[in-house]
Design a protein. Structure first.
Lengths: 519, 484
């Protein structure tokens, strides 16, 4: 404990920013924006040593554990740490925040201070949720995230903002409250002690109990992901949220759900995981295909991107539930990829919305002639979202499909592959209608190209798209030991599975860690 | 030769009651000489009384003293509740003056009545004899009937007073009848003695009088804590009563009802634990669901909070049903937190409201967030706490209540509880929606924020947030104060 509390400093730095923001005069918007940007950048740089100092093993690192509440039967600790599963998600969060803040520079003009406060509070919640190992602490951060996001959608959103905000809040709340009940049940099953998830991992719960508790946890996470058929809040929230809200929602908030499965639902309830794998695989595949089909017919670009999110996260869930090395690392990688490319897509939508105040595909056409820089960037991001080899999207999807093909989810993988084609269809078709063709709408003929600020926003994302597409090894290397440990843990505890033989026998894990396949 | 031993009377256990009574009586006299625009001084005077009474509480922690032939006791349980009552009364006094000035109903009687009501609540929490509890309840109720109808010029306030009186008197009848039957079955009104007799003699437990006595008392207490289906008086009384009195009624007397109910159920009737647990299970589910469902549909914010307060009694009943240390800790903690958040919310309602109980609709909050960001933030904190969001005291309280139920095996009850909690989010959010997401229909009048109200709001915010982040201290106290 004598080491520097790097995680805490990182997590609560944005809170310091919030406090400072209170003292900035109400009128000086640029000071407020600048301060928020500065704080988020400092947070990002503070988080970097987490990566450079990270040992590529399966252990939890930078552990901080301080007693927090000890009352009654309960013992809650302030227990935070990172491992291979959370490290990149933490970095993704700190990385995307400055971009999100920069993107609102001119888009948000009223109540700037409150907006910045919400964004920074959101960052505290997200970082806290990723680093918490104490389930009670995790739950607190998990719920705390809701409040700023609710305000971001509800105050600075579009026409239908109130409906979207309330729907978002209540959907998430219902799921998480049931998780709270399961969490308390879990605690009492474990007997006296703390709320550490590591302690709960060691429990041997009987399969029937696991089933119920898994369902409660899974409901909370599946709503957040969101998995079909619980996804209906997402298109509303995305469409109505301001750009920064959409970016953060897509890039980080949705990952809470998938992260929850990997960190909590699956390792805590291994038998139930085995039992429900087919169900979740089916829902993932339905999500992939259904969301792609729905995306195809959207008239609003933002809605289209929102549905593409649902499809992408279907892949992630498929990979995660394959529960082998490729599938899981593909899923984890795809979480990052989705954060980068969908985040970028929402930024792009934000750029044209800020110029034209419409997002309807039919209002555009031929923009490529007028805005060449924009067109190039848009193209790269689109291709990354489709998963073209050489971009990040390819690596993730490839690993997921490979992993699930090699697991018992073989046939789901086959159907899931069709989603790759569908993604190409809806993304490219949208791109074609917006960017190519006649530039015949007079309002579009005077559109300015991206300005320097906007290019600066996009640049880091573009770099990441290529880096992660060409050389994903450093990313995968850091997470693999933890994932391997997780797989061994879950599989070794699946008692029921040993008794009920599965029809296609699960294949042995490949001994070698992941071949480099992006040739 | 026998001499009649006169027992040494130990006044220590009822010291706070004595102090408050003296202050109340002095205030009644002084009131005559204070002109109506200076009635606030009476409020300051009564605050002094409350603070002094608060000091006398502190020394007693950890000791148990009985007095008056075991009819009152000073134990941690009663001290904790007395703390809640003093806090409730103090905060109510802070928000009263501004309101009654605006309503042009500056009655000095308010303060002595509030103090008498507080004395009544204290007796309910410390009474260990059914008769003491009954006396406390009557002192409380009679004061409250008047307080609810205090705004004489307002027809709704009159209605509230009368309704509360009629239904309250009716419920007192139930309670008293239950006490009488219990006395008939056991031959005593001492709470501890009842349990003793029931434990020694199984015939007593099987005696229908005993069971019916318990049931009737449960009905009487359910009236006081506004548990469904005995909640009918609540919305009208809460809506019609002057707003500070609504704040008071929703926090203090409810806690007092729980205190007395808990002492009677846990100490006097452990023999019937399975029976009253089942009964409370039903009451809890009904109370939460009825309160929340009807609250969803309310436009008047006082009425909405009235239904929400019914729902909150339901959450507390969840912990009561469990009847274990966790659940009981939860009730104590929750009653305290509820006092903070609810009185805080009512303080804001007073500020937004206008003369003649106008401007009390949810729609009237449109644009509040833009006009008065700090007050709106405070309101948002109270509402999130009422909704049970972390990091507020409301969340910690609910966590303990529900975990008590889960530990006792009432998982379904906990699930119904959290689903209710999720439903309640909707109507709390609705206020936030108007506050932050709608533009004001008309310009906000400049609301005069007097120092007294500001202090009350600050106390409430601290009381909601601090235990939400570092609850250990209060939880510890609450835990030492359970009767179990």
């Amino acid at each position: 404990m004598s080491q520097f509390p790097l995680i805490s400093v990182m997590t609560f730095l944005p809170l310091l920013g919030v406090v400072l923001l209170f003292f900035v005069p109400k009128q000086s918007h640029s000071a407020q924006r600048g301060l928020a940007l500065l704080v988020s950048l400092v947070t990002f740089f503070v988080s970097l040593p987490l990566v450079t100092g990270f040992q590529s093993n399966a252990e939890f690192q930078y552990v901080e554990k301080v007693p927090w509440i000890a009352a009654g039967p309960f013992q809650m600790n302030y227990h935070v740490a990172i491992d291979g599963i959370s490290i990149w998600l933490v970095i993704l969060t700190t990385f995307i925040m400055p971009i999100a803040i920069l993107s609102t520079w001119t888009a948000v003009e009223n109540k700037v201070k409150e907006y910045m406060i919400c964004l920074l509070l959101l960052e505290v919640g997200m970082l806290g949720a990723f680093v918490s190992l104490d389930l009670f602490l995790f739950y607190i951060f998990w719920e705390v995230m809701l409040i700023p996001m609710y305000f971001i959608i509800g105050i600075w959103g579009g026409k239908n903002k109130i409906y979207a905000a309330v729907k978002f809040f209540i959907y998430t709340m219902v799921g998480s409250l049931l998780m709270l009940v399961a969490l308390i049940v879990l605690y009492f099953k474990a007997g006296a002690g703390d709320f550490s998830v590591l302690r709960f991992y060691e429990l041997a719960l009987d399969p029937a109990t696991q089933t119920w508790m898994f369902l409660a946890f899974a409901l909370a996470f599946a709503i957040k992901v969101p998995m079909f058929p619980l996804h209906t809040w997402l298109p509303d929230a995305h469409t109505e949220a301001p750009t920064a809200g959409s970016v953060i929602l897509a890039a980080v908030l949705l990952k809470m759900g998938t992260y929850g499965f990997v960190r909590f639902a699956m390792p805590l309830f291994p038998d139930a995981t085995a039992q429900f794998t087919p169900l979740f695989a089916v829902l993932s595949v339905i999500g992939i295909v259904y969301a792609a089909l729905v995306a195809m017919v959207q008239e609003d670009v933002k809605k289209l991107v929102a549905y593409s999110s649902v499809a992408h996260l279907g892949y992630v869930m498929l990979g995660v539930f394959a529960l082998n090395q490729q599938g899981l690392s593909g899923g984890m990688l795809q979480m990052l990829n989705h954060g980068v490319s969908t985040g970028a897509l929402f930024l792009i939508v934000g750029f044209i919305y800020e110029r034209r105040h419409t997002r309807l595909i039919t209002d555009f056409g031929g923009l490529a002639k007028q805005m060449p820089v924009f067109a190039t960037i848009f193209m790269i991001v689109t291709l990354s979202s489709i998963g073209l080899p050489g971009t990040n999207g390819f690596v993730g999807e490839f690993l997921i499909l490979l992993g699930s093909y090699e697991s018992e989810l073989r046939w789901y993988a086959v159907i899931g592959t069709s989603g790759v084609i569908l993604a190409a269809v809806y993304m490219l078709w949208m791109f074609q209608r917006v960017m190519f063709g006649e530039l015949n709408n007079p309002k579009n003929q005077t559109l300015p190209d991206l300005n320097a600020r906007e290019v600066v926003i996009m640049l880091p994302l573009l770099v990441l798209i290529f880096v992660m597409g060409v050389y994903p090894t450093p990313f995968i290397d850091k997470m693999n030991p933890s994932l391997e440990k997780l797989i061994v843990h879950v599989k070794s505890k699946q008692t029921a599975k040993a008794q009920i033989p599965q029809i296609p026998a699960p294949q042995a894990l490949p001994a070698a860690v992941l071949p480099v396949e992006h040739k | 030769m026998e001499t009649i031993a006169i027992p040494a009377i130990n006044f220590a256990p009822i010291m706070p009651e004595i102090i408050l009574s003296i202050f109340a009586m002095v205030l009644l006299l002084v009131n005559v000489f204070v002109p109506s625009e200076h009635k606030a001084y009476l409020g300051y005077l009564s605050l002094i009384g409350i603070v002094i009474a608060g000091f006398t509480l502190m020394g007693g922690w950890g000791t148990t003293l009985s007095a008056f032939n075991d009819s009152v006791v000073q134990d941690n349980f009663s001290l904790f509740f007395k703390g809640i009552f003093l806090l409730t009364a103090g905060m109510t006094i802070l928000i009263s003056d501004q309101y009654f000035k605006r309503e042009e109903c500056n009655l000095g009687e308010l303060y002595p009545l509030l103090l008498f009501a507080t004395v009544g609540m204290m007796l309910m929490a410390s009474g260990t004899d059914l008769m003491t509890i009954f006396l406390g309840l009557e002192v409380l109720s009679v004061s409250l009937y008047v307080l609810a109808g205090l705004n004489r010029a307002n027809i709704k306030s009159n209605e509230a007073g009368l309704k509360y009186f009629l239904l309250g008197a009716f419920s007192t009848g139930f309670l008293l009848y239950g006490m009488a039957l219990t006395y008939g079955a056991t031959g005593t009104t001492r709470i501890a003695k009842i349990a003793e007799i029931a434990a020694q003699n199984s015939a007593v437990v099987q005696n229908p009088l005993f069971v019916i006595g318990m049931l009737l008392m449960a009905v009487g207490f359910s009236f006081k804590i506004a548990a469904a289906p005995f909640h009918m008086w609540t919305p009208d009384v809460y809506e019609g009563a002057p707003t500070p009195m609504t704040a008071f009624m929703s926090a203090g007397p409810k806690a007092a009802g729980f205190a007395a109910f808990m002492r009677v159920a846990l100490i006097a009737f452990p023999a019937l634990k399975t029976d009253w647990s089942d009964l409370l299970w039903v009451l809890a589910v009904l109370t939460m669901t009825v309160g929340n469902l009807i609250a969803l549909n309310q436009d008047n914010i006082k009425r909405m909070l009235a239904y929400s307060s019914i729902a909150h009694a339901g959450y507390a009943l969840v912990g009561f049903t469990a009847g274990n240390p966790e659940g009981t800790t939860g009730i104590l903690f929750y009653m305290l937190s509820y006092a903070f958040m609810n009185i805080g919310a009512f303080a804001i309602i007073i500020l937004v409201g206008k003369k003649g109980e106008a401007n009390n609709n949810v729609m009237d909050y449109a644009g509040f967030g833009t006009k008065h960001p700090v007050l709106a933030l405070a309101m948002a904190i109270f509402l999130f706490s009422l909704a049970g969001m972390p990091p507020t005291a409301g969340f910690i309280g609910k966590f303990y209540l529900f975990s008590g139920a889960i530990k006792a095996g009432y998982i379904w009850l906990a699930i119904i509880g959290v689903l209710n909690s999720a439903a309640s989010v909707y109507y709390y959010l609705r206020v936030l929606v108007y506050m932050y997401m709608k533009d004001p229909v008309e310009e906000f009048d400049w609301m005069k924020l007097t120092p007294a109200v500001a202090i009350c709001i600050i106390i409430a915010v601290v009381g909601v947030l601090l235990p939400g982040v570092v609850p250990a201290f209060l939880l510890d106290l609450a835990q030492q104060a359970t009767l179990l």
